[in-house]
Design a binder for this molecule. Structure first.
Ligand SMILES: Cc1cc2nc3c(=O)[nH]c(=O)nc-3n(C[C@H](O)[C@H](O)[C@H](O)COP(=O)(O)OP(=O)(O)OC[C@H]3O[C@@H](n4cnc5c(N)ncnc54)[C@H](O)[C@@H]3O)c2cc1C
Length: 410
C-alpha cells in the first residue's frame, strides 16, 4: 500500500480543488436557498463534465479516465468542500457510468453508453429505496419475505411491465436513465428475486412524484419515482434474471467511501472557515487562535480530519485491492466521517459565537449538510450493525483488517 499520489491523482485533485473554490462554492450558496428543481446546478454539471469529472470512472477504452476508488475519494473530497450535494450528484454518474460500461451487455452498451459519454448534462439515477424498505437493502435479513422492495417487473411479450414507487431517488427528476431494481420473483426473499433494469426517463408509465424537500444537500435532487404499467423492452434487463442483488453487490463497493469523502469535505470546509476566523477575531487583546483552549480545539479538529482521511484512503485502497476487507472498513468510514462532519460543524459554530447562529452565515448550510449526510445510503446506526455482524463472524487480533491473513483470536 503506497499513498504517494500519482501525477494523475494530483492533477485531478488540483482541477477539482480549483473548481470547488472558484465555481462551486459561490453558486452553491445561492442555489441552496432555492426551492425544488430550481436548486439543480445544471451549469456546474456541464462545467464538471467538460473538466472530465462526470465520466472519469468509465474505463479508458470507453472514453473515460478509468480512475480507481482512491482517485475518486480524493476528487470527491475536493468537490464536497465546494458543495456536498453536488458531489453526490456526480457520484451517481461515476457509479452508474461504470455500471453501464462494465456490467451491461455489448448491445446495451452500444445503446446507452455513447450518449452518456457525449452529453455533458446526462445524469443517471439508482432506484432501490421504497416507502417501507430502506436499510433492509443494506442489511439483508436472510429469508424474510416481508423485507425489501415491492416494486414488481413482469414480462409481457417483449416488454417488462413495472409497477411500484421508489422514494428518495437522487437525480430522479433530472436523470436520463434510471438503473432500477424490482422484484421479478415475489415468492422468495428479495435477495433471491430481484432484477436490474435500464429505464429511460421517457419510458411510458414512468413519472416523477413528490420532490423530497431536504434539510441539507439541497443541490442534490431527490424525488419519488412512480411506475404505473411502465414498459421497457425485454432487452433492458441487466445481467441475470433474479440475480439483481448480486449485481448490486458487485457495483456497490465504494459507495461508503464516496459518502465518507463527501462528509470529510464538509468537515474540511468547516475547519477552514474556523481557522480563518480564529486567526482574525480578536478577544482579550489576542487572536482567538492564540488562546490556548481554542488552539487546542483547532489542533484536535485538524487531527481528526487527518485520521479520518487515512482510514478513508485505506478503505478506498481495500475496495480496489483487498476485497475480503473492504466492507468492514467502509462501515468504519461511514461512521467516522459522518460523526466527524457533525462534530466539526458544531465546534465551528461555537467558534463563530453569535455569528454562528446567523442564517446568512456559511456554517448554517454546512450544519444542515453535515446532519443530512449521516442518513444515506443506510445511516450510521445500520452501518454499525453491519460492521458488528462482520466482526462477530471474523474474530481476529493484531492488525485488524490488514491485507495479510488475520491471526485467529485467543
Ligand atoms: C440525501 C439522500 C439521498 C438518497 N439517495 C438515494 C438514491 O439515490 N437511491 C435510493 O434507492 N435511495 C436513496 N436514499 C435513501 C437511502 O438509501 C435510505 O434513506 C436508506 O436506505 C435508509 O432507509 P430509511 O431512510 O427508510 O431508514 P430506515 O431503514 O427506516 O432506518 C431508520 C433508522 O434506523 C436505523 N436502522 C435500520 N435498521 C437497523 C437495525 N437493524 N439496527 C439498528 N438501527 C437500524 C437506520 O440506520 C436509521 O437510522 C437517499 C437518502 C438520502 C437522505
Amino acid at each position: 500500500m503506497d499513498f504517494e499520489l500519482t501525477d494523475e491523482q494530483r492533477r485531478l485533485q488540483r482541477i477539482a480543488r480549483d473548481f470547488a473554490y472558484r465555481e462551486i462554492r459561490p453558486l452553491a450558496t445561492e442555489l441552496d436557498r432555492k426551492q425544488g428543481q430550481e436548486s439543480f446546478p445544471l451549469e456546474l454539471l456541464r462545467r464538471a463534465s467538460r473538466l472530465g469529472l462526470r465520466t472519469m470512472r468509465v474505463p479508458r477504452e470507453h472514453g473515460g479516465l478509468g480512475t480507481d476508488l482512491l482517485t475518486e475519494a480524493i476528487v470527491m473530497e475536493e468537490i464536497a468542500v465546494g458543495d456536498c450535494g453536488f458531489a453526490m450528484t456526480l457520484a451517481h454518474a461515476w457509479r452508474e457510468g461504470y455500471l453501464l460500461a462494465c456490467h451491461t451487455s455489448p448491445e446495451q452498451r452500444r445503446r446507452f453508453l455513447p450518449e452518456f459519454m457525449a452529453d455533458d448534462t446526462y445524469l443517471t439515477a439508482y432506484a432501490l429505496t421504497e416507502e417501507h424498505a430502506g436499510s433492509d437493502h443494506g442489511l439483508p435479513y436472510a429469508g424474510d419475505l416481508e423485507a425489501g422492495m415491492r416494486t414488481s417487473a413482469v414480462l409481457e411479450g417483449d416488454h417488462w411491465v413495472i409497477n411500484g414507487r421508489k422514494r428518495f431517488i437522487t437525480n430522479g427528476n433530472v436523470a436520463r436513465l434510471i438503473v432500477l431494481f424490482a422484484r421479478t420473483d415475489p415468492t422468495v426473499a428479495w435477495t433471491e428475486g430481484i432484477s436490474c433494469f435500464l429505464v429511460p426517463s421517457d419510458a411510458p408509465g414512468l413519472r416523477v412524484g413528490r420532490f423530497e424537500d431536504k434539510l441539507g444537500l439541497r443541490l442534490n435532487q431527490n424525488v419519488e419515482l412512480i411506475f404505473e404499467g411502465c414498459r421497457v423492452p425485454r432487452e433492458n434487463l441487466v445481467g441475470v434474471l433474479n440475480r439483481g442483488h448480486e449485481l448490486a453487490e458487485a457495483v456497490g463497493p465504494g459507495s461508503k467511501v464516496r459518502e465518507g469523502a463527501r462528509a470529510l469535505g464538509v468537515a474540511r470546509a468547516c475547519y477552514e472557515h474556523a481557522l480563518t476566523w480564529c486567526r482574525e477575531r480578536v478577544q482579550g487583546g489576542r487572536r482567538l487562535a492564540e488562546h490556548q483552549l481554542i488552539a487546542s480545539i483547532l489542533a484536535e479538529m485538524a487531527t481528526e480530519i487527518e485520521l479520518a482521511r487515512s482510514l478513508l484512503w485505506r478503505a478506498a485502497w481495500a475496495v480496489d485491492h483487498d476485497p475480503d476487507h473492504h466492507r468492514p472498513l467502509e462501515d468504519m468510514v461511514k461512521q467516522t466521517t459522518s460523526e466527524l462532519a457533525v462534530r466539526t460543524a458544531t465546534r465551528t459554530m461555537q467558534l463563530f459565537g453569535a455569528r454562528g447562529a446567523l442564517r446568512e452565515h456559511p456554517i448554517e448550510k454546512l450544519m444542515r449538510d453535515a446532519a443530512t449526510i449521516m442518513l444515506p445510503p443506510m445511516g450510521t446506526y445500520a452501518s454499525r450493525v453491519r460492521l458488528s455482524r462482520w466482526l462477530l463472524a471474523h474474530p481476529t487480533v493484531g492488525p485488524l483488517l490488514s491485507a495479510a491473513e488475520p491471526q485467529p483470536a485467543g
